[in-house]
Write a protein that binds this ligand. Structure first.
Ligand code: F6P
Length: 320
């Protein structure tokens, strides 16, 4: 009897999930597995939404954003009853194990499954890049480029109107995306949850910038820091300068994956299946110092990824 493996995309979508699906499917089939695609994340698993993935059914998706399997957030994965039902479905399907492509919520679901005896490999995919155990997640580079492209455009109007802009960047409670976006887009300031911000000092710096001849300034503001609109109003009040706020929002989650994202996704998918085949499971695959790496899912959950304060320092030194 052919061995069966399940593959699922769950949580927020990230560009490159399809490239990972393609890699997992093709490598798994080459290694002799039948591949069951689970639709709409864990909710789809509980609702019995499955599809057979074949070499050809994953054709033409490497360049497509989102996920052909669809995805979703599933609160049931956080409950004992929900997880018991999930395990039951996996067993009824006769799956050897599950490859989970997703972010931190997917990692938690993976960990809960491992504890219940299911063989799991997590592949990190999230625009937030907030997962311990990998320097980069699938989709991060694409979101970074999308956001930088958007800020380049905002810069045109900021420059034309001599305005200050507050640009809100996604990233949930972390500032990884915001900091890299800010450095790449040449922003003057960042506001991220990982660093304390003195709004009075920041306003003063903005004014000093004007005095030094800067006509416009851009502040990259992480969504995890609260309301960017309130913050913008505060800055306007303190500086008496014209401020506009722009929320980049969900455009950061969509679009064609960049080459870097596709390469990462392809390597992760291929690597994950090779490891599964030799019995190395209950791990998160990742990239560490430019090499493919693994850590136990349990460790990935326990640790917090460190914020690179140097990025903020470089940005500050260059925003003169
Ligand atoms: O985790 C990815 C992410 O896009 C975060 O940056 C954001 O805070 C969140 O998902 C939005 O979640 P939802 O898709 O449920 O609105």
């Amino acid at each position: 009897m052919t061995k069966k493996i399940g593959v699922i995309t769950s949580g927020g979508d990230a560009p490159g999930m399809n490239a990972a699906l393609r890699a997992v499917t093709r490598r798994a089939i080459s290694l002799g597995y039948e591949v069951i695609g689970i639709k709409r994340g864990f909710k789809g698993l509980l609702d019995g939404e499955f599809t057979n993935l074949t070499i050809r059914s994953v054709s033409g998706i490497i360049n497509v954003g989102g996920t052909i399997l669809h995805t979703g957030r599933c609160p049931e994965t956080k409950t004992t009853a929900g997880m018991s039902k999930t395990v039951k479905v996996i067993k009824e399907l006769n799956l050897e194990g599950l490859i989970i492509i997703g972010g931190d919520g997917s990692l938690a679901a993976g960990n809960a499954l491992v504890k219940r005896g299911i063989k799991v490999i997590n592949i990190p995919a999230s625009i937030d890049n907030d997962i311990y155990g990998t320097d980069e997640t699938i989709g991060y580079d694409t979101a970074l480029n999308t956001a930088v492209d958007a800020i380049d455009k905002i810069r045109d109007t900021a420059t034309s109107h001599d305005r200050i802009f507050v640009v809100e960047v996604m990233g949930r409670e972390h500032g990884f995306l915001t900091a890299d976006v800010a450095l790449a887009a040449g922003c003057e300031f960042i506001v991220v949850p990982e660093l304390k911000v003195d709004v009075n000092k920041l306003a003063l710096e903005l004014k000093k910038g004007k005095e030094r001849g800067k006509t416009s300034e851009i502040i990259a503001f992480a969504e995890g820091c609260g309301s960017s609109h309130k913050f913008g109003k505060q800055i306007e009040k303190l500086t008496k300068l014209e401020v506009r706020v722009s929320t980049l929002g969900y455009i950061q989650r969509g679009g064609r994956p960049t080459a870097r994202t596709r390469i990462l996704a392809s390597c992760f998918g291929h690597f994950a299946m090779n490891l599964f085949h030799i019995g190395k499971t209950n791990i998160l695959v990742g990239i560490t110092k430019a090499n493919l790496s693994v850590i136990p899912i349990e460790n990935a959950i326990k640790h917090k990824k460190e914020f690179n304060k140097n990025t903020a320092k470089v940005l500050k030194n260059l925003a003169v």
